[in-house]
Design a protein around this ligand. Sequence first.
Ligand code: HOZ
Length: 470
Amino acid sequence: MATAITGARVSCPPVLTQAAVRRRQRPSASVVRMTLVEEKKKAYTLQKSEEAFNAAKELMPGGVNSPVRAFKSVGGQPIVIDSVKGSHMWDIDGNEYIDYVGSWGPAIIGHADDEVLAALSETMKKGTSFGAPCLLENTLAEMVISAVPSIEMVRFVNSGTEACMAVLRLARAYTGREKVIKFEGCYHGHADPFLVKAGSGVATLGLPDSPGVPKAATYETLTSPYNDISTVESLFNANKGEIAAIILEPVVGNAGFIQPTPEFLTALRRLTEDNDALLIFDEVMTGFRLSYGGAQEYFKITPDLTTLGKIIGGGLPVGAYGGRREIMEMVAPAGPMYQAGTLSGNPLAMTAGIHTLKRLQEPGTYEYLDKITGELIQGILEAGKKAGHAISGGYIKGMFGFFFMDGPVYNFGDAKKSDTAKFAKFYQGMLREGVYFAPSQFEAGFTSLAHSAEDIQQTVAAAEKVFSTL
Ligand code: HOZ
């Protein structure tokens, strides 16, 4: 190709190898970096996601199979995911994101882990579901029982909702009482008795307690603000001998990230014992995340019953409930309390769970989660404050959250004071910078063993940039 070259260079052309010519024709490394950055920015489009989501809205209510995913509280366009690996995900427009949702918790060792995938392919060769006992159930049950202090026997189900629904029936069956105390902003799945002042999507969408739930189903559900011991005491006093159980998230993840005060869990343990009621920890989010033995190991408070989900299925649908042997032996067919499930204990979910837990047993796991999550939340809070925003937040191991308000946040009433409009703007800015948080102020964030120091640095740098625009 003819190139217009002028001056002395024409009279004295250097002799160049073809490779050198190609190198010379290339722009410098810094120009390449700039160009790529510019192209990436220019190329950021959600056109395919938009088309897919518009089609989905005609096919599924709100275009989704779980409400928070619809981005209603943060506005804009939900991204439609094509693939995930490690700490990253890619949408169908080809945009890449650092992911802090982790499929809402299960992806604690990183998405699509090679060992988990390999184990799944092996298991799959033998079939996907037996509807009959298999050895893998024993293996995962033994792992769960030896890890979680309160669990002497376990029943696997298919989701956290199912686990909470069954554990409530069990608590009622065991105590012969019907009333249950739950906390405002805590979410225990979408079964009727729990849809009272619930967190997660209910809080995100600001829905009143759901239509379709019969009054009778929630009549026995009593509520208290989280971290409020005196209200719980009053409920026990006003309902003497009638309360079957207290159920709670030992660290709230469904109203944003809210920690219990040091005395709260101890007081609940004492009050339940004094009143012959059961203490139930819903560890669907915190199980195997705050420590290998969950929140109960972390806080050294042993409940009577525990629900699990998410991590113990390694990314496949799973749930579990367990507790003291004498209580669990109420469950059919050992006892009379009925609960069943076609796909419960299926070999695929068991396999993914086993291999995920094996990885979590390796030394240094929770120290690593603690380190990176600490750096992340500290970086975000510092960046926000430096840019003049009211912001507060916290973390425990691989779980974190932040609110656009001065803390501390003790309960859902406090959390609701967060500037959700600002959160929505921050959210959209971070998305454009390639960072995917949960699309709601009222959901916790999750890190994984696959998140690198570079991921954290990039996220904090993105936050600094976005905070300066709010
Ligand atoms: N309700 C879950 C989060 N707290 C899952 C939300 C979803 O999958 O969209």
